[in-house]
Design a protein around this ligand. Structure first.
Ligand code: TPP
Ligand code: MG
Length: 617
């Protein structure tokens, strides 16, 4: 057999292959890789670096400041693209590579596609030990990059140039598979990156990837329809899968036709417009009173594209109906099989339409739908109160959210957040009208995702007004991609809420009987209390900055800077203790069984009582 070949280094083959992978968006053929984030060092600068330079006009390379930051930006890009497009990230060996491991876990948990290309030690071992090689005494096949294994959906170490052929084929399968989707790590030994091989030309043929829509098994479908028909008080839990399947219009039609109220998870928020009468808002620990009242009573949960994590289920103490049944509609059997759910393994859009066909004229009893609508009206009154303007010297997070919503919360806004007290408040209070208008990383809730995430969202959706809301703690952990956003002209707005510490963990500490200890800066071991000038810090990286002293000033600053050409950071001091009392649900955080502290004993009593409502299995 005489296959036509082309002589390339392994790294050149990776680069060329990536440029040939396409998808179709709005009827147009576009590259499926949106670009490559790179921080070079030994282990990738000579091999991968040379190869990326050659293709820079087709597939752009972006320099970032921190490998975790760039990886988070890449993951945010994929999330904001509803997984239709993604990015690659390349690093040097050792610390550069390991800086991406947290992000790999983030993508793994959230089922988001990203390709990691860390450099690795020499396959030939001649110069060993090289700079940054960890050296395992008992196993010469282990390198630092083995840390990626448990947090990669597919991991491979490339020790010969021809291995990259099956490895890249598998990579594309995983990145584009709706069920298996997640991070792929190809650990590229640095000598092998530079080694030449005669690759078959056909390996670089253009390939177009379109999302696979999985049809349900007919028996599973029939069982799900029968179960739903017998339900008196059903609710739909909309998870991230609804957005990734682009099934939002189908969800609205389904809910309206059958009269079923919808509640939303963190990943699923914005699947239905906030103003839709059947959208009850957030569910679970950070749920609205409207959603949680229905969840307590429901006899059937139709969970669509949800991992059913503890924040959604109130640590499984939320549902109080003994007759509760769960239909888990999911592309991934792992999720569909959780907690004795009836699995319906298929794409969200397909599943909704097939179920609707089978349900025919079935509608929920009007009294259930009416109860839902009344609950929403009551909730909205409480939410409006929490977010109303104020002249308080230290406003609450909710009041800041209200200001951002009023000043910039239009249909073209995407709100980005990840950790701290804000996710709970935003889940309850942010009003997203368009799919993707709410971008919360709450699978891993990674401090430091916010700023980098804003960059990734802006790269994916340049037409949107991207607003990052971030606490002082998260900002301190990782803020340096502000500099990248200035470099790339990818501007967004950061609203930084400075409550001088880890407000939400401090509150959790008090709730579990703990002393104020090591969370708010004032409660830490210190010689001097840090007085961090966040505006000056962000300005030093090139951002437009404002420090505002009140909610009206914040609203004015947001309006004023809406058309700024550069990334803008607006800082406001906030109260560390106030959260929205309305709505919400218990969350299982284990309280010590013995303690000398009276408050812990009291908290433990409450804890043991709460545990009694927990369903198991
Ligand atoms: C990387 C990482 N480390 C630790 C945590 C645990 N954690 C969650 S929120 C939080 C404090 C966040 O502080 P800040 O951003 O100021 O928000 P606030 O709680 O004050 O609203 C901590 C330490 C985490 N989620 N991620
Ligand atoms: Mg804080």
């Amino acid at each position: 057999m005489s296959q036509k070949t082309v002589r390339l280094t392994m790294a050149q083959a990776v680069a060329r292959f990536m440029t040939r992978q396409m998808t179709v968006i709005d009827g147009k053929r576009v590259p499926i890789f949106g670009g490559v984030f790179a921080i070079f060092g030994h282990g990738n600068v000579a091999g991968v670096g040379e190869a990326l330079y050659a293709i820079r006009e087709t597939l752009p390379t972006y320099r970032a400041q921190n490998e975790q930051g760039m990886a988070n930006a890449a993951i945010a890009f994929a999330k904001a693209s509803f997984r239709r497009r993604f990015m690659a990230c390349t690093s040097s060996i050792g610390p550069g590579a390991l800086n991406m491991v947290t992000s790999a876990a983030l993508a793994h948990v959230n089922r988001l596609p990203v390709l990691f290309l860390p450099g690795d030690v020499f396959a030939n071992r001649r110069p060993d030990p090289v700079l940054q090689q960890v050296e395992s005494f008992g196993d010469a096949t282990i390198s630092a990059n083995d840390c990626f294994r448990p947090v990669s959906r597919y991991f491979d170490r490339i020790t010969r140039p021809e291995q990259i052929i099956p490895a890249l084929r598998r990579t594309m399968q995983v990145l584009t598979d709706p069920a298996d989707c997640g991070p792929v790590t190809l650990s590229l030994c640095q000598d092998v990156q530079a080694e030449a091989y005669d690759y078959p030309e056909s390996f670089f043929d253009e390939k177009v990837w379109v999302p696979r829509r999985i049809e349900p098994d007919l028996d599973e479908l029939a069982s799900a329809i029968e179960l739903l028909k017998s339900a008196k008080k059903p609710i739909i839990i909309a998870g991230g899968g609804v957005l990734y399947s682009e099934a939002t219009a189908d969800l609205a039609v389904f809910a309206e036709k059958h009269g079923i109220p919808v509640v939303e998870t963190q990943a699923g928020k914005s699947a239905l417009a906030h103003s839709h009468p059947l959208n009850m808002g957030s569910v679970g620990v950070t749920g609205t009173s409207a959603s949680n009242a229905l969840a307590e009573e429901t006899d059937l949960v139709l969970a669509i594209g949800s991992r059913l994590q503890d924040f959604t289920t109130g640590s499984w103490a939320l549902f109080k109906n003994d007759e509760l049944k769960i239909i888990a509609l999911n592309v991934q059997p792992f999720d569909a099989g959780k907690h004795n759910g009836l699995p319906l393994i298929c794409d969200a859009r397909v599943g909704l339409n097939r179920m609707s066909g089978g349900l025919g004229g079935y509608t929920v009893d009007r009294s259930w739908t009416e109860k839902a609508k009344a609950g929403k009206a009551e909730w909205m009154a409480a939410a409006d109160k929490a977010t109303a303007t104020t002249n308080a010297a230290l406003p609450s997070d909710a009041q800041v959210i209200g200001a951002v919503q009023r000043a910039r919360g239009g249909n073209k806004t995407t709100l980005v957040c990840a950790a701290g007290g804000l996710p709970g408040e935003l889940h309850k209070l942010w009003q997203a009208e368009e799919p993707g208008g709410y971008h919360m990383e709450y699978g891993f809730s990674t401090m430091g995702y916010e700023v980098a995430g804003g960059l990734g969202v802006k790269l994916a959706r340049p037409e949107r007004d991207v607003i990052v809301m971030v606490g002082d703690g998260s900002y301190m952990m990782l803020n340096s991609e502000i500099a990248s956003s200035i470099m790339l002209g990818a501007k967004f707005t950061i609203v930084l809420l400075d409550n001088a510490g880890y407000g939400c963990i401090n509150r959790l500490q008090i709730e579990t009987g703990g002393a104020n200890f090591n969370n708010l800066l004032q409660d830490t071991h210190h010689v001097e209390l840090p007085q961090i000038d966040f505006a000056a810090h962000a300005a030093a990286m090139g951002a437009v900055t404002r420090k505002v002293g009140s909610i009206p000033e914040l609203e004015a600053a947001l309006a004023e800077t809406a058309n700024e050409a550069r990334t803008t950071v607006i800082v406001i001091d906030t109260h560390p203790l106030i959260t929205t009392e309305a709505g919400g649900h218990w969350w299982d955080v284990a309280v010590p069984e013995v303690s000398e502290r009276e408050q812990v004993k009291v908290a433990r009593e409450g804890y043991e009582k709460a545990l009694q409502s927990q369903r198991f299995g």
